[in-house]
Design a protein around this ligand. Structure first.
Ligand code: CTP
Length: 409
């Protein structure tokens, strides 16, 4: 692969024959504009959706689908060997099947066989095809071999139908590519794992139009979900009132109140290897929901709102965990940060507690964070102020170190 800048990360962008190929032009633009050297390798049928000139012009490289073009350069071996990342989007059911079987009948499949770098598949297809046992088995095979196969998004498909099968947004696919490249040889240490992350802030209804809420934006939980996807995990993201784009590859369960969150988290935790409670869960809710809007009566004093205690989800996870499951909590403290953190870690029987000092401007809604991660084993890992993604990576490092090895079957 000739590169205008040999230091630029080399990406092979595989495109198979799905209508979502048009969205991948945007992914290609994002990759090239951020300094990646991208060679696009479509399948022959993919060119029915987006033509060769588009891929060539946007990538700045010639485009071929066949091992018979430019044979002197042995492209079917060279592309895969030289790549830092192979990213296939959209990955059709057929392409996943051919990759899982190890077929080598075009340039993309030969590249997949010769690549020793990280490989990401972003599937897109109709729900029936995605859920078919044959596709499930192919996805499982590819994941077991270390590939990242990200879950498709749910929503409107090509026809009138809706369901899982949509290609996630290009900006989110770009984020996965960036993360996987950044990890490089550190690899996909969460492959074969199911992790649950809660994010955002719960809302406790007072009446049909009012609620008690909090200032959590969901940024830290979303960073945890994104980084876990890039590390190969199956991710369930239980999101309470978050106004952020859906991270590619995470299965998102939207909830409102603490009670909704409890149900969703406990249900997803039943087969999870790790649960990270990054959400700000309201400790109290208004006692007795008013079915109709509270009116202000002229001249009368407002009625006080009495509060009832909410379930403590983290504490319940600590008590009911499956053997080997790693439980992580977050603690927002304003005073005596470490002492309060240690006490909370013990009280909630967590394995890890990410403690950060909060003030109105210090954490909420900011892209950065600083924290100390306390371990039940007495450890304390300081994470200096930096991107919430950097803190997320440290959390997953500490979780991965505590997971029991996967059984060989
Ligand atoms: N948490 C939870 N359920 C609740 C309250 C909190 O699961 N009802 C979780 C949060 O997601 C977080 C951790 O517990 O991971 C710590 O939350 P925090 O509010 O700091 O702890 P509290 O137990 O509420 O203690 P306090 O507010 O008294 O400091």
């Amino acid at each position: 692969m000739t590169s205008p800048n040999s230091a630029a990360p080399r990406v092979v962008l595989g495109v198979s024959a799905g209508i979502a190929a048009y969205k991948v032009c945007e992914l290609l633009r994002r990759l090239t504009e951020s300094g990646h050297d991208v060679t696009v390798v479509p399948t022959e049928d993919a060119l029915r959706f987006v033509g060769e000139p588009t891929w060539a012009a946007l990538s700045g490289h010639p485009v071929s689908t066949s091992v018979w073009d430019g044979v002197a350069g042995v492209p079917h071996v060279r592309l895969g060997q030289a790549a830092d990342l192979v990213f296939v989007a959209p990955a059709t059911a057929d392409l996943l099947a051919r990759a899982a079987q190890g077929l080598a009948d075009d340039l993309l499949t030969t590249t997949l066989l010769t690549a020793r770098c990280p490989v990401v598949f972003a599937p897109a297809m109709h729900t029936e095809m995605w859920e078919h046992p044959a596709t499930r088995a192919n996805v499982a095979t590819l994941r077991a071999r270390g590939a990242v196969v990200i879950e498709p998004a749910s929503g409107r498909l090509t026809g009138k139908d809706t369901g899982p099968g949509r290609l996630p947004d290009p900006a989110e696919l770009f984020d996965v590519a960036r993360h996987v490249l950044a990890r490089g040889a550190a690899g996909r240490d969460l492959a074969g794992r199911h992790v649950v992350v809660s994010a955002g802030g719960t809302r406790e209804a007072i009446d049909p139009v009012r609620f008690i809420g909090n200032r959590s934006s969901g940024l830290q939980g979303y960073a945890l979900a994104r980084t876990a996807v890039a590390r190969g995990a199956r991710v369930t993201l239980v999101a309470a009132n978050v106004a952020l784009p859906d991270p590619a590859g995470a299965d998102i369960v939207a909830v409102g109140s603490a009670e909704d969150m409890r149900k969703a988290v406990l249900s997803a935790a039943a087969d999870a290897d790790a649960v990270v409670m990054a959400a700000a869960v309201a400790d109290f809710r208004p006692a007795g929901y008013r079915g109709s809007k509270i009116k202000k009566a002229e001249g009368a004093e407002p009625e006080p709102i009495r509060l009832a205690k909410n379930p403590d989800i983290l504490a319940e996870l600590g008590e009911t965990r499956r053997p080997g499951q790693v439980i992580v909590g977050f603690a927002a403290e304003t005073d005596d940060v470490l002492a309060n953190g240690r006490a909370k870690l013990a009280r909630k029987r967590s394995d890890l507690l990410v403690v950060n000092q909060v003030g109105e401007e210090m954490t909420f809604g900011r892209p950065d964070n600083e924290a100390v991660v306390l371990g039940a084993d007495g450890s304390a890992t300081e994470v200096p102020r930096g991107a919430k993604e950097a803190l997320a990576e440290v959390v997953w490092d500490l979780v991965a170190a505590r997971l029991e090895p996967l059984s060989p079957d």
